[in-house]
Design a protein. Structure first.
Length: 143
């Protein structure tokens, strides 16, 4: 068990890479594939349309921050809120699994769980946050 405990920094890195990649891909698609259209869709959900812009940039920039481990906890809070709202307003009525033309909330729920974990665990020692706190030199010794 102690061996697995020493690999926890690697697990946090994998969580960050997975969540960050997912969020960057979704945010990139929204920003560079129809930002105003996304804002209109958000407005049609009963939310202020300007939150569509916030949502898209949260996905892209928050995803990038999670990916590299920069202000990881704050970025994870923003991403988690974004995903919870997406579940609530878009996917919840389709059920957990949904159907081929109406996706359920299982994917967003899994991503939200990753973000939730990062809120409490932070980015780990293989992150820019750790280096900025002055812990960069000892990170490799713990692996």
């Amino acid at each position: 068990m102690r061996y697995l405990d020493r690999l926890q920094p690697l697990a946090l890195l994998v969580i960050r890479l997975a969540l960050g990649t997912i969020m960057v891909a979704h945010g990139y698609h929204k920003i560079f594939g129809g930002l105003h259209h996304h804002a209109q869709i958000v407005g049609g959900l009963g939310l202020p349309a300007w939150l569509g812009y916030v949502s898209a940039f949260t996905e892209l920039l928050g995803g990038l921050m999670v990916l590299v481990g920069f202000f990881t906890r704050a970025a994870a809070v923003a991403v988690c809120i974004n995903l919870v709202v997406a579940i609530w307003k878009v996917h919840l009525h389709n059920g957990l699994i949904g159907s081929p033309d109406r996706p359920g909330y299982e994917f967003a729920l899994a991503a939200a769980a990753l973000a939730f974990a990062l809120i409490f665990l932070g980015g780990g020692p293989i992150a820019i946050d750790h280096v900025l706190r002055g812990g960069g030199s000892g990170a490799s010794k713990r692996l």
